[in-house]
Design a protein around this ligand. Sequence first.
Ligand SMILES: Cc1ncc(COP(=O)(O)O)c(C=O)c1O
Length: 435
Amino acid sequence: MHWQYVSLALGSAVGFVFEAMASMSEQSIACAVEVMQQGLLNRYQMDAGAETNYLLKTERALSKYLNMKYCLGLNSGGSAIFLALKCADMPDGALVLSNAFTFNAVPSAIAHAGGRTVLVECTDAMVIDLDDLEKKAKASGAKYFVLSYMRGRIPDMDKIMAMCDSLGLYLIEDSAHAYGCEWKGRKIGTFGHSSTISTQANKVMNSGEGGFLCTDDDDIMAKAIISAGSYEELFLKHCDLSPPRELMIKYRMTRVNYSIRMTNLQGALLFPQVAQIDIRRDKHNAIYEELVRRLEEHSRITVPPQLPEVTPVYDSIQFNVSNMQPAQVPEFQKRLKEIGGKKFEAFGLMENARNWHTWKFIDGLDDLSLPKTDAAIQYTFDTRLHFEMSQNKIEEMVRVIHSSLDSLSSDKTSGLASALDNEAKNPEALIMAGA
Ligand SMILES: Cc1ncc(COP(=O)(O)O)c(C=O)c1O
């Protein structure tokens, strides 16, 4: 039996009605088998420019796709954000503006790099709030800005760039969820000093774990290659993707080696996937449009819109439910799981890693107030979407969501009882009641 079918069979055996992760294509499997058979799992085991250096080939393909000079494979998207900050020569303890609505890996990468995150509100369209960005930048004096396109949601980039100019902000784009997206036809990931992506399992490209740092800047890439774990003359193996030799020599003994390289095996899995980004984007977007149309037939469901200038990549969907009580959030989530067999994220839950209240490693977090973000996420639910979702699966998902919502107790106290019961069993599962 072919691997692809094994994974599908396993998926259905454990009852995942909405399989969200891409299984590997024949081409990815063939490239991976080739490097495994030859034992070429490390990018530096081969001669410069070897055909089997799939990581280099993936980096080239990605730089070409993004129309950027440089691209470097790393072990995760979080490492890529960390390294982007290190290559900005950010002083220890510097303040870094970033989204209050994103995944905990983002403020974690900032903390890992020695920065202190200044959280910026999100709007009800789930993008960074520009007024709050300006206010926080001025009040804090922060000069670094990690802009996270959480769930592929893109703010007004003209305004962002104007604000970065006027406030003197050093911009790093976290495009973990947004590669393939465009603003007025320009690729997301090409606006900042550098940008990062993730190829962790449920992203548009999947290598299990992985990430990339992209930039047009010679110095940033020279530092990045050295700090990722390139020593002595290994930089020569980056061939045309290496900055000039004198820069590599300048940095190779002065920069810390963080040992965060990507393997050639991941490069092999990814190489065929680069050519699939736009194909997957079109498939995702067609599925999403249909899903939104059908979901919004329910009077209590709305899907936050994006600006018309955005070319999106909808590999996930977020929807808001109106007239809900805080206690009904876990109840709805439970019904979705019972009826559909799949966990939907409830951003409003206090156990959700995308809820800023859970980032307790940020100094002074408990004294922070971000009411707009709380309001935007409190009744928002989310799930990943597979780019091969059939019409039947779309219908099934709509049915599960609609019927789970309709099955919620209209008696608010009963919803509360079930939530309190849940909380008693799991004290971490606090609800944002009114927060
Ligand atoms: C918005 C966002 N940025 C960055 C990351 C970090 O990616 P990784 O898991 O590859 O470290 C993630 C992880 O899913 C993410 O959701």
